[in-house]
Design a protein around this ligand. Structure first.
Ligand SMILES: NC(=O)c1ccc[n+]([C@@H]2O[C@H](COP(=O)([O-])OP(=O)(O)OC[C@H]3O[C@@H](n4cnc5c(N)ncnc54)[C@H](O)[C@@H]3O)[C@@H](O)[C@H]2O)c1
Length: 256
């Protein structure tokens, strides 16, 4: 039985994670925490606890894994609290600063196993591979990344777009990155990154490779958040029993 706790339990992703976890045999939600809605009853009967009480709730409920989909500042603290208690992690939150990344890395390494990715969907993990292959084959083409999300998204560009930049850099070596353009802006050899925000767009990512007389576009569109939630639940099942360290969704998918 995999015992899971969720921070951000009442959020868009938290709500879906609870539904997806309920479908998995041998998985039990033992705690749900949020900064709002303490006292509410979650599907399955677990009562939402105040996230300020995270440490004591984790001590009492003894989960194997904490799944965090909150905001970067909260997630960095939640990760450190859980890792200090020896609880494994699945982190979907995006928008971390380099300092927050290194704070989490220090807490995790040598202590617990964690799957951290800005995108848990199977399709995006294939998209990253396709983009890296195309970048290697089309070395001199201009590259633009265009992402679109709903109007409530806090961070920009998306964590998925930033991970796409990293996948391209791994294929081509370090490259300058330009976030949007305005005014007199002759194009150099940079990767352009553009964030669109509006309505209820779940998450679109396009990478455009433009060269002489042609262009190639590689595009992923999420139709619902279920793709992310089911991937995160699968990662939670996978991470229990793994050696300490930070894993990617590619590691989870490789073990199918
Ligand atoms: N990795 C992925 O596949 C993936 C997919 C979708 C969203 N995300 C990311 O997940 C995060 C959450 O997205 P969302 O759409 O569910 O947002 P949301 O705003 O709907 O939900 C976030 C929840 O976290 C709660 N919260 C805030 N601070 C908290 C704290 N200290 N402790 C516990 N709960 C806290 C909020 O009250 C809210 O209920 C964002 O960073 C988003 O970019 C990642």
């Amino acid at each position: 039985m995999t015992r899971i706790a969720i921070t951000g339990a009442l959020g868009r992703m938290g709500t879906l994670l609870i539904q997806e976890a309920a479908k998995v045999k041998d998985m039990q939600l033992v705690a749900g925490l949020d900064v709002v809605g303490a006292g509410k009853t979650l599907p399955g009967g677990v009562i939402v606890k105040d996230a300020l009480q995270l440490e004591s709730v984790l001590r009492e409920s003894e989960p194997d894994v904490l799944i965090d989909f909150t905001i970067a500042k909260a997630a960095a603290n939640n990760v450190c609290t859980a890792a200090n208690l020896g609880i494994n992690l699945v982190v979907g939150t995006t928008g971390f600063s380099p300092e927050q990344h290194s704070q989490m890395r220090k807490a995790i390494e040598g202590h617990v196993a964690a799957v951290i990715t800005p995108n848990f969907s199977l399709g995006v993990n294939v998209f990253w591979k396709l983009v890296a292959d195309a970048a290697a084959a089309l070395k001199d083409y201009d590259i633009e990344i265009i992402e679109a999300h709903h109007n409530q998204k806090k961070d920009a560009p998306s964590g998925t777009a930033l991970a796409t930049v990293e996948a391209i850099k791994r294929a081509l070596g370090d490259k300058e990155v330009m976030h949007g353009r305005q005014g007199i802006m002759p194009r150099g050899k940079e990767i352009g990154v553009h964030a669109v925000r509006g309505g209820d767009i779940v998450g679109d990512h396009t990478v455009l490779f433009a060269g002489p007389g042609e262009r190639l576009e590689i595009k992923h569109q999420a139709h619902s958040r279920t793709a992310f939630a089911s991937g995160a639940v699968r990662a939670a099942d996978w991470v229990v029993g793994k050696g300490p360290g930070i894993y990617s969704m590619a590691d989870v998918l490789a073990s199918r």
